[in-house]
Design a protein around this ligand. Structure first.
Ligand code: ATP
Ligand code: MG
Length: 223
């Protein structure tokens, strides 16, 4: 749920809502604390790393943990499918549950919507629209001093004052844990599809498997 002006907006399941998942996050405790700390002291924080490293997953968890810090909400903008400056502006406007005003550009309308707000805007998957995302952040930052940005990208945005958090591979035992959880879930999905159990039973088993942290695999388990 976010709030813009007098308007309280339920973003559950809609544009702007944080992505949800039933799967527990494996590891990344240090990175999570780093993002939370950085968001306290920096207006632009970027999670960077090579593809598939878990940047979006980390940003999701990080954003969920700071919702209470922003009086006007946390707004999630998935830029993966935005392939032009106009498309980027439209994704952000949709996330903010705002509209482009007549005679105003998309970016100007975003500024109008965020002016005076205490909000966090998450720009997820920026790599293919870096110059546009960079300009957007610069323009909004120059007009809306209480708006913060969290971005995920394979490279830095390149704006002044940007704080970078580099995500690298999980340590071996956590990568193995993630692999095993995925394998167990995949196997249970296949088995659920072939047995004639009612669907809630199959779904519950998949959910339980995804929550299963396989802690016995950790090198320090049982100590
Ligand atoms: N620490 C983790 N715990 C559980 N699942 C994870 C973790 N890291 C990544 N994943 C899962 O791995 C997949 C890829 O992660 P994610 O999409 O976050 O990567 P990414 O770095 O954002 O990739 P891209 O650069 O393509 O945007 C997703 O399904 C995500 O949920
Ligand atoms: Mg991503």
């Amino acid at each position: 749920v976010g709030r813009l002006g007098d308007q309280t907006v339920s973003t559950g399941g809609a544009a702007g809502a944080l992505p949800t998942t039933d799967e527990a996050m494996v590891g990344r405790a240090d990175e999570l604390v780093s993002v939370w700390d950085a968001l306290q002291y920096h207006h632009v924080v970027s999670i960077i790393g090579v593809g598939g490293m878990g940047k979006t997953r980390l940003a999701t968890e990080a954003a969920a943990g700071v919702v209470h810090r922003f009086a006007d909400g946390v707004w999630w903008c998935d830029l993966a499918a935005a392939n032009s400056p106009d498309a980027v502006a439209q994704v952000v406007l949709a996330a903010l549950v705002a509209w482009q005003s007549p005679g105003r550009s998309g970016v100007e309308s975003i500024v109008d919507s965020l002016a005076g707000r205490d909000a966090l805007v998450v720009l997820d998957n920026c790599e293919h629209v870096l110059p546009t995302a960079r300009d957007l952040v610069r323009v909004v930052r120059s007009s809306c001093r209480d708006v913060r940005f969290l971005s995920t990208s394979r490279e830095a945005l390149g704006v002044g004052g940007e704080y970078l958090i580099v995500v690298s591979s999980l340590p071996d035992h956590e990568a193995f844990e993630l692999f095993l959880v995925r394998a167990v879930v995949a196997r249970l999905i296949c088995r659920s599809a072939t047995i004639s159990a009612p669907w809630p039973v199959g779904s519950a088993r998949v959910w339980m498997a995804s929550r299963w942290r396989l802690s016995w695999l950790r090198p320090d388990a049982g100590r």
